[in-house]
Design a protein. Structure first.
Length: 173
């Protein structure tokens, strides 16, 4: 009998495993294959090692005027060290906030070195992808959800974000 070394599963294999696990009555699944390790549990008391699978589309939340007024003013970077992408800490009046659908790493571009999906002042449609959230090599494309203009970027590229954390501010058309 020939022994084959384990092969890392593809993203599609992992998605199928998660779907089957969700439908099954299994309490816990721990899988190791090659350099890949996956732990799934239906026990709410189990420790959380990583974010949940991709959640539904992000929710646009109107920002109260009082919250926008209390936000600290953005600090300008020194001219000698330009920032790769502007990150704002304030949301203009009347803007809606696009939030992270799940925990993960926030990416403004489809791959390293590529142009960002959207910049401040950029026009977007409801189905336009504006960023990616990555958890354990699974990427969730975040869509604008409505037509408008991006007026603020509220998260830093490459930073870990929580579910519900503000990512962009958009003024609807």
């Amino acid at each position: 009998m020939t022994h084959k070394p384990p092969v890392d599963p593809s993203v599609d294999h992992v998605r199928v495993l998660i779907e089957e696990f969700t439908r099954s009555g299994i309490a816990t699944l721990h899988l190791r294959a090659g350099s890949f390790e996956l732990l799934l549990s239906n026990d709410p008391a189990a420790p959380t090692l990583a974010g949940a699978p991709a959640a539904p589309a992000p929710v646009a939340v109107p920002v109260p005027v009082a919250a926008a007024a209390v936000a600290p003013a953005p600090v300008a970077a020194p001219a000698a060290s330009p920032a790769p992408a502007a990150v704002s800490s304030s949301v203009p009046d009347g803007a809606v906030v696009i939030t992270a659908p799940n925990l993960g790493t926030f990416y403004r571009a489809p791959k390293p070195g590529a142009a960002a999906y959207v910049e401040i002042g950029g026009k977007v449609g409801p189905d336009d992808e504006i960023c990616l959230i990555e958890v354990m090599k699974l990427f969730t494309a975040v869509k604008a959800g409505q037509a408008g203009t991006i007026v603020a970027v509220l998260a830093e590229d490459g930073a870990m974000v929580e579910a519900g954390q503000p990512l962009f501010a958009l003024v609807a058309d």
